[in-house]
Design a binder for this molecule. Structure first.
Ligand SMILES: [Zn+2]
Length: 51
């Protein structure tokens, strides 16, 4: 399901943002590393496929 954009603060993670809360990549981000907003990243490919 679509949600507000979020991204990972972990520098080891890809520089992408997610906007679906059921994205498998987004779900891997631990709560403490999850930050709101796009951070000027590109949209995650899997989120893009979801629309
Ligand atoms: Zn995603």
């Amino acid at each position: 399901m679509r949600t507000y954009p979020y991204h990972s603060r972990n520098p080891d993670d890809p520089d992408v943002y997610h906007n679906h809360n059921d994205c498998p990549e987004g779900e891997k981000i631990p709560a403490g590393q999850r930050a709101n907003g796009t951070n000027d990243y590109s949209q995650c490919e899997q989120c893009k496929d979801k629309g």
